[in-house]
Design a protein around this ligand. Structure first.
Ligand SMILES: CC(C)(COP(=O)(O)OP(=O)(O)OC[C@H]1O[C@@H](n2cnc3c(N)ncnc32)[C@H](O)[C@@H]1OP(=O)(O)O)[C@@H](O)C(=O)NCCC(=O)NCCS
Length: 185
């Protein structure tokens, strides 16, 4: 690994994994992107975490709520409704999780028939691990598990509206929702 110094063209993201002030150096003025090399004042060479992805591994309601909270998505999910959280896990068709050792750092929960379509209901990455490619990898593995003929549909949270086009999703103005309180006319 090369030692890198932050320069005018160097984008630096804090992730806080190796202790305070952990930084990932993404680009240098001199050369190509170097995401994958981390530097932190306390741990001079803190390697990128090796993330393991599991398909339909057991996930407890407490762990699910915890990762929703650590990603900030908990604000938009019924995390105080234990029955709803249990049902969300019990009736999911496909849950892909990302792990740094025994720490759950990301989740993608999808309802799908594995043949035609899947609804990606939650995509959530621990804030300390965001922008490391984990969200994209969760979508990639979700897609692979659904099979080559399935398309993936989702509703973006406001904070992620710019994210989905960034990784290849196309907007569809023809999407419609009947919210819980909307009367069927
Ligand atoms: C949205 C979220 C899932 C993205 O996961 P992530 O692991 O941080 O994203 P990735 O590392 O896969 O990002 C891939 C690319 O998208 C970019 N990106 C990441 N988050 C972005 C955002 N919110 N807006 C625009 N671009 C974003 C990254 O910089 C990266 O670009 P690069 O390839 O040039 O480096 C994650 O930030 C998250 O959990 N957010 C909070 C919960 C949430 O809103 N979830 C979505 C619910 S619909």
């Amino acid at each position: 690994m090369r030692r890198l110094a932050a320069g005018p063209d160097t984008a630096v993201d804090t992730i806080g994994r190796c202790g305070i002030a952990t930084k990932i150096l993404r680009r240098t003025a001199a050369g190509p992107a170097v995401s994958g090399v981390a530097f932190d004042a306390a741990t001079p060479w803190c390697p990128m975490p090796t993330i393991e992805y599991l398909v339909n591994a057991p996930l407890t309601p407490a762990a699910f709520v915890d990762i929703l909270e650590r990603s900030t998505l908990g604000e938009r999910r019924p995390i105080d409704d234990a029955a709803a959280i249990e049902a969300m896990l019990a009736h999911a068709d496909l849950t892909v999780t990302a792990w740094d050792g025994d720490r759950l750092v990301g989740v993608a929960r999808t309802l799908t028939d594995f043949a035609f379509v899947g609804y990606l209901s939650e995509l959530a990455v621990d804030v300390a691990y965001q922008r490391l490619g984990i969200g994209r990898a969760l979508v990639e593995r979700t897609r692979a598990a659904m099979g080559p003929r399935s398309k993936l549909v989702l509703l973006a949270a406001p904070a992620a509206e710019a994210y989905y086009p960034r990784i290849g999703f196309r907007p569809r103005s023809s999407a419609w929702i009947l919210e819980r309180r909307d009367p069927l006319r």
